[in-house]
Design a protein around this ligand. Structure first.
Ligand code: ASP
Ligand code: MG
Length: 404
């Protein structure tokens, strides 16, 4: 007998019809003699709606009240699904985060799970019950409802799989699985059958929206096998597993992009020790994350240019911090651009294959796409380009690396 965690996203439980369909899937899996714990998101649109309502009440809606409010969406979907399973003749019961309890820290609106109590649910499973758990929520040490950050039901699913020692955590969603790129900008996108946690983490941080990045990281730390699959089509989906279980034939697994970045250049900065620290220290102290950094070597040994990228939403704050610091930094001018996109190729196959970098650059050059900045890691190469070239860059790289 296998213990399965099945998580259904917001679109999978978006209507009553769909909830009945989900109940059929759960029933089928249960009849294959599995122990089943189901995690649900709120019906699609519900959390956004509640969030909007909070803003209409107050621009500074209290964080703890916000968590209580936002968690309501999952109370609705979990009870509707549980009721639907009972209607199908199964023994089912819903649990809210606080009832289990899923204990979190006091970091309201993006809490971390500390502990999950298992006895009651294990007992229920042993009596052939199907447990339905409201995703996204927990209870803090000071007895208030918390939420795990947007998209947090994925994290609930992974954490439940960990604490209940499930054999697998299946993420049911409205797409067939994880794709080699975004199908809305490239119709050649294909399903990735197996992907490592590390690659998936890169893909999801870079804009592939199938799973919340925190949940992928949690799965990686505890080696929880994930299976992403469609609620609506009988397809094999994508397995997210550890790198050493994958036999890499392709150098590149996927092409991702994001349009959330902006670029800043300080022109004519004095080239001496401590300058980079002076530029980036105030940003770090103000919680502004810097991503790519380029410093030219100064031809005369005196002045150089420093370029970096950061989240678009942090741009104006960063500019004012730098301008405040102009005396100390002593640059000639500052240039910024937020019409940029980051295009990345991701693949653990790169580790063993040299020559990927130049192949990527040549392929972009052939399309006359200029590279504004570059960053690399062991399994990823990212380039910054003008935003208008996003689609063309994704398409050409997808083809160049044999993913079409
Ligand atoms: N309902 C929450 C959200 O929309 C959590 C989730 O769907 O995973 O962010
Ligand atoms: Mg989601």
């Amino acid at each position: 007998m296998k213990r399965l965690v099945l998580k259904f996203g917001g679109t999978s439980v978006g209507t009553l019809e769909k909830i009945k369909k989900v109940a059929n899937i759960v029933k089928k899996r249960f009849s294959e003699s599995n122990e089943i714990i189901v995690i649900v998101s709120a019906m699609s649109g519900e959390t956004n709606k509640l969030n909007e309502q909070s803003k209409m009440v107050s621009k500074n809606f209290d964080n703890k009240e916000l968590d209580t409010l936002l968690s309501a969406g999952e109370q609705i979907s979990s009870s509707l699904l549980s009721g639907s399973l009972i209607e199908q003749g199964l023994k089912a019961r819903s649990w809210l985060g606080w009832q289990i309890p899923i204990i979190t820290n006091n970091n309201y609106t993006s809490s971390q799970i500390v502990k999950i109590k298992t006895e009651e649910i294990l007992n229920f499973l042993s009596k052939r019950g199907v447990a339905v758990i409201a995703g996204f929520q927990g209870i803090s040490l000071e007895n208030r409802i918390t939420t795990l950050g947007r998209g947090g039901s994925d994290l609930t699913a992974v954490a439940i799989a960990k604490f209940f020692k499930a054999d697998v955590c299946e993420i049911y969603t409205d797409v067939e699985g994880v794709l080699t790129t975004d199908p809305t900008i490239n119709d050649k996108a294909k399903i990735i059958k197996k992907i490592s946690y590390e690659e998936m983490l890169e893909m999801s941080s870079l804009g592939a929206k199938v799973m919340q990045p925190n949940s992928v990281q949690a799965a990686m730390i505890d080696n929880i096998p994930i299976h992403v699959r469609s609620t609506f089509l009988e397809k094999s989906g994508t397995k997210i597993i550890s790198q050493n279980e994958i036999d890499y034939k392709n150098v590149v697994t996927g092409v991702a992009y994001s349009k959330n970045d902006a670029k800043v250049s300080l022109v004519g900065v004095v080239d001496k020790p401590g300058v980079a620290a002076d530029i980036f220290e105030p940003l770090g102290e103000n919680n502004i994350n810097v991503d790519m950094v380029i410093q030219n070597t100064s031809s005369d040994g005196k002045k150089t240019d420093v370029t970096f990228t950061l989240k678009r939403e942090d741009l104006s704050k960063a500019l004012s911090l730098i301008e405040k610091n102009i005396k100390k930094l002593n640059y000639n001018k500052i240039i910024h651009d937020d019409k940029v996109a980051k295009i990345s190729i991701v693949g653990a196959g790169m580790i063993a294959n040299p020559g990927v970098t130049h192949k990527m650059f040549r392929s972009l050059a052939n399309k006359k796409i200029n590279i504004l900045a570059i960053s690399t890691s062991e399994i990823k190469i990212s380039v910054l380009v003008q935003e208008d070239f996003t689609q063309q860059a994704v398409k050409t790289l997808h083809k160049t690396f044999g993913l079409n």
